[in-house]
Design a protein around this ligand. Sequence first.
Ligand SMILES: [Zn+2]
Length: 534
Amino acid sequence: MFWADKIAADAQVGSQGEIIVNDSKTPSGRVHVGSLRGVVIHDAIERASKHAGKPVKFIYGVDDYDALDTVPGYLDKAKFSPYLGFPLCNVPSPDENAPDYAKYFMGEFLEVFEYLGIKPEIYYLRDRYRSGQLNHHIDLFLKNAHLVREAYLEVSKAKRAENWLPFHPICENCGKIATTVTTDYNGKEVFYTCEPNATNWVKGCGHSGWVSPFDGNGKLPWKVEWVAKWDILGINIEMAGKDHSQKGGSRDVANSICRKVLGKEPPFHSPYEFILVNGTKMSSSKGVGSSAKEIADLIPPELLRFLMLRTPPKTVINFSPNYETITRLFRDYDALIDKSRSESKSESDMEELIPLLYSQLIEEIKSYQTFDFSTLISLLQVPHLDIKAEIENRSAAPLNEFDWQIANQRITSARKWLQDYADEEEKLVIYLDKIPDRVAELTPEQIAYLEQLIVNLKTNLDSSTWDGDTLQTTLFSTSKEVELPVKDAFKAVYLSFLGKERGPKAGFLLSYLDREFVIARLQAITNSTTGILG
Ligand SMILES: [Zn+2]
């Protein structure tokens, strides 16, 4: 059973008359692609529940009362440093297109939601605090602070002072929320101090006084806030990243507070793993990275969903926008598309197709004629090539409108990858006008191989059999014929056309080029090098 279907099968309709699935995010800066995993997972649970005929709603919280705790490297440090410790919704926006910092970065992330076709109901914590919706819970947690302290101590071994109360007012003097410590509560107001040493990353101003904790004057510590959200919104399912899900970690603390103070069971929880991104050398030097938005600009939505869905939540996803990972993602997806087109499908085939179905938003699988993505990347780098004619020629049947729609989308992705992510090593530069200097490195055995290759190409292949597979076979059989190790044989081909020792599948490389050109080039090389050697 697919993991999302399993969760949906066990899900219980809650107090709201439906299953409430919740996820949330602190909009502290550009959102890393890893944060999309939670979004896609919760969305899949919603879809699976609908599929199972259960009433369900996916909501997504923006934790914008959290403090700005660091100024991201891509922002002006001088401009934003004075706002360290402020609630994110009270920090100015990096540009005039958004009203504040939180909405600026959330806006960028929501564009990716839209791109992925994910439509949760979005709520901002600032609105919940300011409208008084959390007032009752703030009062409850302040009155039961001893139970909150007990939970911290029992679960995470964190000892809070006897007079510590679970609330952070926004300092009326300096505007910070990260530095305030509450030590008294009279039922209407809390007494707080803006502590100079409350954190090691920003100093409080020293102000102290009484203030009402209600209607947006401050916030609950986030583990406590988490519990309040569960209760107010009637949340039934909320998974959390592995970082919050360790034994004795935040989620365990929140669960304990929920039981102790509210006397209720916390929502269903299961941790999900990280997405590890190894930014390529090239991507960092080119200033493109792995934010959710950047990856969404590179990979079509259904493939991005597929990346997150095909791996069960508890397994790490290793993702780097390098050649190997990107081409494999497209290849795996297309392999399932091909499978979905096949007439006879076994039960296990059907099982395998489920992530594909989900990545296409659970309808019928929409299939198309696939075209190998790595071939496309190579073809796009061959000068003077009509890419559309080439795709047409290399496809088994004429392409229909949808096939072209997909093909064009792939062309865009491949171009984007070549432009922003490809390493010099991964690029294909074909020497069309001159023989690469590095042919000087060819050994007499390699020259002999190329000479025999010319003969075999001339006699065995005409322009109608000039295709990748036949060429690849010929390259292999010729190496056997002259008893040259395959590795050295292919190296000879790469040196002759690319001026380097490695390249894409050699037979395919030659298939991108004219038969006459290939033969002429090999002849020129063997003639000139024989001359030098002789
Ligand atoms: Zn202050």
